[in-house]
Design a protein around this ligand. Structure first.
Ligand code: PGA
Ligand code: ZN
Length: 402
């Protein structure tokens, strides 16, 4: 069995121009490499991304992890991830830093797959038949991802094509059509894209949803692919003392729940992510009871990929789907436990990028290898298409081997 000869860390640039980390796990002539993304609308209950002193301190502190990793065998993910927890010694990875831990954990997984001469998705699926996820593409955005955009963070399209490639291109068609419609509406304005390359325009949330719906209708007719709308509200960002502040109104919790149910019904919204505050398990349960039969109610900041928080949600029926972000929890093994718990309880799973990304496409492999149903990774933009294009390659490989 191959052993780790070296573990290296470096500072690289993310899609927002901020520094992030990349880790190499090296075993003789094999290198597994992974980089960490970063969030703008982070959940309060995520593990801590970097130790006190920030990324620079995290990189200095990595020496300890590197020393412990050297000499360890590959292909023992749980053993490696336990080492990361041991090196850290806190319950929120605040000494090593969750972003450093996740880059190391994923780099280790990639090195292990390489040493077995297989792809990462193959090593994760351990021989089981795999399928491709459906893409959720961000089309119009605001919140913490853009200046002067919508209050709700993301208006997305979910395409259900015959294959991944058809679906990804159908979302692109929605993005293009939306751009045309926005230009028609604001002929004199300079328009732009937000952090996740979704359109940013001075639209109210309702206008954005109406525009998205028209673009979806048109793209669906042109491509022949079934497409539906979805929203990520990231509601904690505009919830204060239990009320939700929009540009034009302020809603109580009960009014917010009514508003969500109304939108889902009127626009056929396929999923509502973080429609309520990140601590409001009861509110999630109430909304799920009302519309959960037809609509995915996704917990992102609510669950933060944490199995304890997910278990709490399951026990009271809060949500029926979970967003999976590896760096919210810090290691691949912890993430897999959360995915398994979700699947065991019929919660839908959605793996996700972060608003600050790199060209790293590991989540494409995690989606396929772990049977995750959806992937939320933007629509266009190199750091987003890196994941889509990897899935297109995986799909090609799977088709060939059938
Ligand atoms: P973040 O948000 O990556 O900026 O935290 C993305 C999301 O809320 O899904
Ligand atoms: Zn979210």
């Amino acid at each position: 069995m191959a052993e780790i000869s070296e573990a290296k860390i470096r500072k690289i640039i993310d899609s927002r121009g901020n520094p992030t980390v990349e880790v190499d796990i090296i075993s003789n002539n094999i290198t597994g490499r992974a980089a960490a993304p970063s969030g703008a609308s982070k959940g309060t209950f995520e593990v801590r991304d970097y130790p006190e002193g920030g990324i620079a301190q995290g990189i200095i502190g990595f020496a300890r992890v590197s020393k412990m990793a050297t000499g360890m065998r590959l292909s023992d993910q749980k053993g490696f991830d336990s080492m990361l927890h041991e090196a850290d010694g806190t319950d929120n990875l605040s000494r090593v830093g969750g972003n450093i831990a996740v880059a190391a954990s994923l780099a280790y997984a990639k090195a292990s797959a390489k040493s077995d001469n297989i792809e990462l998705y193959q090593s994760l699926s351990s021989g089981k038949t795999v399928s491709l996820p459906k893409p959720m593409g961000n089309i119009i955005g605001g919140g913490k991802h853009a200046i002067n955009g919508t209050t709700m963070q993301e208006f997305l399209s979910i395409a259900s094509g015959k294959c991944y490639s058809d679906s990804a291109f159908a979302n692109v068609a929605v993005h293009k059509k939306t751009g045309e419609l926005i230009r028609l509406k604001f002929p004199d304005l300079s328009l732009g894209l937000g952090d996740e390359k979704a359109w940013v325009a001075p639209l109210s949330d309702m206008e954005a949803l109406e525009l998205l719906s028209s673009a979806i209708r048109s793209a669906s007719e042109n491509t022949g692919v079934k497409i539906g709308p979805a929203i990520d509200l990231a509601a904690s960002e505009f919830c204060e003392d239990g009320s939700y502040t929009y540009k034009d109104k302020r809603l109580s919790k009960e009014e917010q729940i009514d508003f969500m149910a109304d939108l889902a019904e009127r626009f056929g919204v396929m999923s509502l992510e973080d429609p309520l505050d990140e601590s409001d398990f009861d509110g999630f349960a109430e909304l799920t009871k009302r519309i959960g039969k037809d609509t995915m109610i996704i917990g992102d900041d609510l669950f933060v990929t944490n199995k304890v928080r997910l278990q709490k949600g399951i026990s009271i029926g809060a949500g029926n789907a979970i967003l999976i972000k590896p760096n919210q929890i810090g290691t691949l093994s912890d993430m897999i436990e959360t995915v398994e718990l979700a699947k065991h309880n019929n919660y839908k799973t959605i793996i996700s990028h972060r608003s600050g990304e790199t060209e790293d496409a590991t989540i494409a492999h995690l989606a396929v290898g772990l049977g995750i149903e959806y992937i939320k990774t933007g629509t266009i933009g190199g750091e987003r298409t890196a994941k889509h294009n990897e899935l297109i390659r995986i799909e090609e490989k799977l088709n060939k081997s059938q």
